[in-house]
Design a protein around this ligand. Sequence first.
Ligand code: NAD
Length: 359
Amino acid sequence: MIIGVPKEIKEEEYRVGLLPHGVSILREKGHSILVEKGAGEGAGIKDREYTEKGAEIVSSSKEIFQRADLVVKVKEPQPSEYNLLQEGQILFTYFHFASSRAMTEVLLERKITAVAYEMVEENGSLPLLLPMSEIAGRLGPQEGAKYLEKEYGGKGVLLSGATGVSPARVVVIGGGTVGLNSAIISSGMGAEVYILDINLDRLRYLRNILPSNVKLLYSNSENLRKVLKEADLVIGAVLIPGTKAPILLTEEDLRIMEKGTVLVDVSIDQGGCFQTSRPTTHKNPVYLKNGIVHYCVANIPSAVAKTSTYALCYATFPYLLSLTEKGIKAQEENSALKKGLCLHKGKITNRIISRVFGD
Ligand SMILES: NC(=O)c1ccc[n+]([C@@H]2O[C@H](COP(=O)([O-])OP(=O)(O)OC[C@H]3O[C@@H](n4cnc5c(N)ncnc54)[C@H](O)[C@@H]3O)[C@@H](O)[C@H]2O)c1
């Protein structure tokens, strides 16, 4: 099989879909790998590292799409890539179909076989989304700590506090993957942390694994308002699968917080869980609303493209290997890949996606 790795062209996307180590394994299996010139640059991987493992560097994405049987990427195909797609080609990447009917129609017309990272499901979890949630969760307190600095409009508070001075209070709403990772980092930085969740079993689990400077609270408006009053940093990390994030903090609630409090809305990719959130970018990550700093970047992991590339590729590679060994037939034996197969031969093959678009 010929496997193609184009350079990502979506704005602020620096990750790449395959590591040099993956190239050597695929070469051992007899496959050919084409990597677009500079594809790994944003993640700190040089062309030479790919060629040393047996990849061929090609100068354009056009050539990649023309020659490859399977294209492995990070983000959904961009409009300028639509015309490059070849009938019957397998595309293995994040797609987020629900947010683009136009892209879905193009892929159906071009009879692309689409295997979506975000839909691959194993034992009830989403193994190709998980590493990005871990990273976004870990970056939340790091970004929050920065924007608490006076220069950025923050209160001028250090998460750890100082000798004789209380640590900052971090409130994490939602104790799933993002919330757990935010709590690990902020408690490690010495903050006083509260996690609120509606899932009591999850709270019980978190109680057993997190240190004593993390307090667990059932999530309701009364408990939330109680802890918000003295919050320095609030991290929104809720998810109700398949729907928009619920609004848990209203514009009115901003008044009970001290000016310079920082809100990090990680759930912004699902619409955001603070009423006053609107998506921001890495170039312009924050804005002030009623004196409260809002950080609402929708693709947080791209800020650490090198770490994210490795974490993503370690997770995707076993599935990529199955796809390259058996082609699309791999999904017949691999139930996780079967869930990831969304489009094939001009038809939607995944029930969730077909529900989104109707018949
Ligand atoms: N911005 C980014 O770059 C980025 C990156 C990764 C993930 N995310 C987003 O972060 C969010 C969280 O992802 P995750 O992987 O942690 O999800 P998850 O499913 O692991 O956890 C979500 C948690 O929210 C809890 N929850 C639901 N309703 C709640 C409520 N009313 N109050 C408190 N808790 C509630 C659930 O019980 C669950 O424990 C998602 O919206 C995801 O899309 C964003």
